[in-house]
Design a protein around this ligand. Structure first.
Ligand code: HEC
Length: 156
């Protein structure tokens, strides 16, 4: 009987030891991940005002839609296919006074903007009060939100 208790105790201790080891491995892993994320956030923060970032943001909004900025309605997602979304983003980014990364396409894509976005954001992109945001302003609402979020995460 004594022998059995001893055996049980040994096994329990062994198992306990193993699980402790696993835990400390996990800790190292999450620490590393957080480190990488901070570097990524810093990198993203520096890019927030670049043409490329804004074009990607516009493409993302066209794909996923937009909500939560205090307008009367949400913007629905999946308005156009990915290729057209890219073309439109090159046109729209120039409304902010920037030069697109694809200036040629920017010139020829106005028609896609007019037919898919103009009804809400206006022919000139200036938006409609309370209904759709102004796309000609330098700083987009969603990107400013992201800026604030990163600042909070990095405790700037
Ligand atoms: C049915 C009306 C409607 C259509 C069509 C529409 N939008 Fe929007 N869009 C909105 C509204 C409303 C918002 C703001 C919603 C919110 O986030 O509160 C918005 C937000 C946006 C934003 C984010 C602006 C910011 O300041 O962050 C972008 C960019 C945008 N739209 C681009 C487009 C483009 C490009 C198209 C055409 C492919 C398009 N929209 C079509 C209504 C529309």
């Amino acid at each position: 009987m004594k022998k059995e208790i001893f055996l049980l105790l040994t096994v329990t201790l062994l198992l306990f030891g193993c699980s402790k080891q696993e835990e400390s491995k996990k800790e190292v892993k999450t620490e590393k991940k957080v480190q990488i994320d901070i570097d990524k956030l810093k990198e993203e923060y520096l890019k927030l005002n670049t043409t490329e970032y804004i074009e990607k943001y516009i493409q993302k909004v066209i794909k996923n839609g937009s909500k939560g900025h205090g307008f009367l309605e949400e913007m629905p997602g999946n308005i156009v296919d990915e290729k057209t979304a890219k073309l439109i983003s090159y046109y729209v980014v120039e409304l902010t006074g920037r030069k697109s990364t694809h200036p040629k396409e920017a010139k020829t894509s106005q028609i896609f903007y007019t037919s898919n976005c103009g009804s809400c954001h206006g022919e000139n992109g200036k938006g409609i009060k309370n209904s759709a945001p102004d796309l000609t302003k330098k700083h987009y609402l969603g990107i400013e939100d992201r800026r604030k979020e990163i600042e909070r995460l990095l405790k700037k």
